[in-house]
Design a protein around this ligand. Structure first.
Ligand code: ADP
Ligand code: MG
Length: 253
């Protein structure tokens, strides 16, 4: 699903990523942890095609996204990747429903289908009664769930989240984390989540530790205690099935 090979990135004389290799399976929920300044956000932005590495490749579903032209890239990103940031970044002048719909319009989804999809996601998030509220009228947890719905509207295969629960209290945090797993079960998405939250890191399929621009070797090659490759493969199979049932149910952006 995602294959990262030999990624290096410098900002001026500061080498931020020093050779990153990582493979993430379809339907896997992976957390990336590490001290501030380790390069986590930079890596996530490169996986998400928002930034380019100096050297190395990022394959998403077999496509080397580092080689796509700028124009193809924005289309690829809009269709295949959903972002959730620490702060929701919703547009203040639009309602929850409108915020969710906008990326679908940009992808060229017909209005009626886009609205239907946005309403379905609002319902899934338990936010149907907040559809016509603007961000300022929503709680922190509600705003973050709207931001997740917006990330999902085009049914991207990959969701990238950068400290998504960093601004939430513990109850909303737990709910948001549960939501990621519910979404994986329902839609089969792959999640890469940068987090400081140990509770979240503990429940993901795999935790990648990052330090000084490198992945810590001890965390690679093993998917964690009691976990082996067959579990990972099994997870992949389940996700393929749920993706199929998703399209059978006619759920589409
Ligand atoms: P993390 O998310 O792990 O805290 P970042 O990837 O945000 O780390 O940053 C890694 C290092 O790269 C930091 O020292 C940061 O200051 C630097 N950095 C990040 N983005 C830029 C940029 N656009 N220009 C210059 N330096 C940057
Ligand atoms: Mg960061």
């Amino acid at each position: 699903m995602i294959e990262i090979k030999g990624i290096r990135k410098s900002f001026g004389s500061l080498e931020v990523l020093k050779g990153i290799d990582l493979t993430i399976s379809k339907g896997e929920v992976v957390s990336i942890v590490g001290p501030s300044g380790a390069g986590k956000t930079t890596l996530l932005q490169i996986i998400g095609t928002l930034d380019k590495p100096d050297t190395g490749s990022v394959y998403i579903d077999g496509i080397d996204v580092t080689r796509l032209s700028q124009r193809k890239l924005s289309d690829f990103r809009n269709r295949n990747i959903g972002f959730v940031f620490q702060f929701h970044q919703l547009l203040p002048e639009f309602t929850a429903l409108e915020n969710i719909i906008i990326p679908a319009y940009i992808a060229g989804t017909p209005k009626k289908a886009a609205r239907q999809r946005a309403e379905e996601l609002l319902q899934f998030m338990g936010l149907s009664d907040r559809a016509h509220h603007k961000p300022a009228e929503l709680s922190g947890g509600e705003k973050q769930r709207v931001a997740v719905a917006r990330a999902l509207v085009n049914s991207p295969a990959v969701i990238l989240a950068d400290e998504p629960s960093g601004s939430l209290d513990s109850k909303n945090k737990a709910e948001l984390h549960q939501l990621f797993f519910d979404l994986r079960a329902q839609y089969g998405q792959t999640f890469v989540i940068v987090t400081h939250d140990e509770g979240l890191a503990n429940i993901t399929d795999r935790t990648i530790h990052m330090r000084d621009g490198l992945l810590e070797l001890s965390t690679l090659g093993s998917t964690g205690e009691g976990d082996d490759i067959t579990d990972v493969l099994h997870t992949g199979d389940e996700q393929d099935e749920s993706l199929e049932s998703q399209s059978e149910a006619g759920v589409r952006a």
